[in-house]
Design a protein around this ligand. Structure first.
Ligand code: 5GP
Ligand code: MN
Length: 339
């Protein structure tokens, strides 16, 4: 058993009979949010539950190939709010996957807070809030997908994991571990990967779908960012890029097209922290990445209304790009890079 026996027993009891079930994941869903939610959805449907997966906003085109994405209900869409709120109102059980703070749902959070459904959180981020009736929270897990597999296994139900479910869960595993390169990769990550491959996940197919599906303009945009936009900070092992709305328009970028860019500056030897700032219509969205002891979770929480993991976090700013840059450079002084 990987999780506590009483928690697993409780979950088994909750899903013993068919229930009206809703799954929600964080805004701007990534491979782990989508993979864990869709994998769990397919599993629960096999057990006879009626399951709706609601995402706060649309998923990006480059994740469309994941099984069952056409069933995702999007809250921030013209018809979405009413339909999603009705589903949430009727729900007996709500699973909260790959987030641990209601604020990460933004507008959808109110409906979830008000719901009387039994709530189950499955998440691997730092500092969980206690809004769920049953909480599976463990920062040692590299991905929520890894947790979902172990929870299914702990319930004695691994035989229900078929090739589609395995593929969904494998997507989150490789997304959040950077294809087993980041320091969150553990022996357990590889055990779960092995189990998922044995059940039909195809590593080469998933890798191609994640890594090699760029449109030409996206690859040229990466080139532009690395050539023209990359800045190295004086006296700190930090590199960052800031992209404005006109630049995003010029390259005809779709959301999700900057995915992965934030990791490139680590190719420069000695870089310990990177940041990617993208100007969206209503905010500047920020991604932070770091190596070793440099804690970008705390940094994002303290200065940019965000959070995440020690070495991968996100946040936002309502200032202009220039002001955000100034704030960022000033805030960097709080980090001790000597460790
Ligand atoms: P990304 O940079 O890929 O958007 O996010 C990196 C990590 O930080 C992910 O685990 C993501 O869930 C988390 N994250 C991104 N944005 C936010 C945010 O605004 N708040 C919090 N708490 N976590 C975030
Ligand atoms: Mn995750």
């Amino acid at each position: 058993m990987k999780f506590s026996a009483p928690d697993i027993a409780k979950l088994k009891e909750v899903i013993a009979n068919p229930r009206k079930t809703v799954i929600v994941s964080h805004r701007n869903p990534d491979g782990d949010a989508l993979g864990s939610s869709l994998g769990l959805k397919l599993f629960l449907e096999k057990k006879g539950h009626e399951v709706s997966y609601i995402s706060p906003n649309a998923y990006t085109n480059n994740l469309k190939w994941i099984p069952d994405t056409d069933t995702i209900m999007v809250y921030e869409s013209s018809l979405g709010k009413k339909i999603c709120e009705a589903k949430i109102k009727a729900a007996e059980v709500i699973f909260c996957l790959d987030f641990n703070a209601i604020s990460r749902l933004e507008g959808l959070g109110e409906a979830i807070k008000e719901s009387k459904a039994f709530k189950v959180m499955i998440d691997h981020h730092q500092q969980p809030e206690s809004f769920a009736d049953l909480t599976f929270s463990n920062v040692k897990y590299c991905a929520t997908c890894e947790m979902v597999y172990d929870i299914i296994d702990d319930m004695g139900e691994a035989s229900l994991v078929d090739d589609k479910i395995a593929e969904c869960l494998y997507v989150g595993l490789v997304s959040d571990s950077g294809f087993f390169q980041f320091n969150n990769t553990t022996p357990n990550t590889h055990f779960v990967a092995a189990a998922l491959i044995a059940k039909g996940a195809k590593p080469d197919y998933v890798s191609e779908k994640i890594n090699n599906i760029f449109r030409e303009t996206r690859l040229r945009f990466f080139g532009y960012c690395l050539n023209d936009k990359l800045k190295l900070v004086n006296n700190h092992p930090v590199a960052y890029m800031m992209i404005s709305q006109p630049e995003i328009k010029k390259f005809n970028l779709q959301s999700g097209d900057s995915e992965g860019l934030v990791n490139y500056p680590f190719k420069i030897e000695g870089i310990k922290m990177t940041a990617y700032f993208s100007e969206e219509p209503d905010r500047i969205k920020i991604s932070f990445r770091s190596r070793g002891d440099v804690d970008v979770n705390t940094f994002a929480r303290t200065y940019f209304e965000g959070g995440g993991h020690r070495n991968a976090a996100g946040g936002k700013s309502s200032l202009s790009l220039d002001e955000t840059e100034k704030k960022f450079l000033e805030a960097l002084k709080s980090i001790d890079f000597s460790k």
